[in-house]
Design a protein around this ligand. Sequence first.
Ligand code: CP
Ligand code: NVA
Length: 310
Amino acid sequence: MKGKHLLAIHDLSAEEIDFILNLADRLKRENKEGKSHEVLHGKTLGMIFAKPSTRTRVSFETGMTQLGGHAIYLGMNDLQLGRGETIADTARTLSRYVDAIMARLFKHQEAEELAKHSSVPVINGLTDLHHPCQALADLMTIRERFGKLRGVNVAWVGDGNNVCVSLLEGCSLMGANFRAACPEGYEPPEEIVRWAKGSARKSGAIVEIQPEPEKAVKNADVIYTDVWVSMGQEGEAKKRLEIFKKYQVNAGLVKKASPGVIVMHCLPAHRGQEITDEVIDGPHSAVWDQAENRMHAQKALLVALIKGGL
Ligand code: CP
Ligand code: NVA
């Protein structure tokens, strides 16, 4: 995988995802045993942020430190990009200094433009359409809890957004069943669903998108939700809060799933909207493991893209 970009989960094969997850499990285990992995000594990650972040920034930056390398935070107001320098020229310049670029941007095409003109790997740290680093950590978390991905029933409840898209792509590639309940008009984009159904045919997974939360969570091993208003959609907040009201993950909905169900959320959560305190702080919640796994999964990804392996 050395030198590849990661803009979307569909850039990866099932074998490559397996490779990253296996490496991530190993890095996590050995890190807890006190072993260090300074295999990216002297390497630098440039991190462009056009939107705020807690997890992505801190997990990438800490991950690079643990790998013996260095990460530079580049906010929009620090870069000349914020004053009109083009994405292409920014990519050409950064490529002369750093060993990989992580970028959190608005339009997905901006990430594609960055990758097109970068000679070093570009990692998508969230765009309006995809959040592949989140999905890698999510697949790692599901596999850690259930010992497998194939045949695990994942239920998505809420907006068919960037997090939903990447999880849908990941589940369909890895053979996990993906049943989403999204309000009409808020489903993941049609071309992505079509791609995921094709990929599910090969892996043996089921992909279903429909509007009823109760139907999606029946026999679910995982219930996943995310905010109703993503970054950049603040102008639609009032309308969205009304439309998504019946898509709350609360104790009543969790009871309708498998008894051993885990509840996931990429965070940040809007407690009392898409998820209740009782659920996020309750016994089914896996959200803190999920947040932790961002770091382990991304360390594996950085090692794979910059060095090819440990
Ligand atoms: N889940 C996630 O990407 O969190 P941040 O926005 O805090 O990075
Ligand atoms: N869907 C959310 C995810 C935040 C990590 C957003 O794009 O704001």
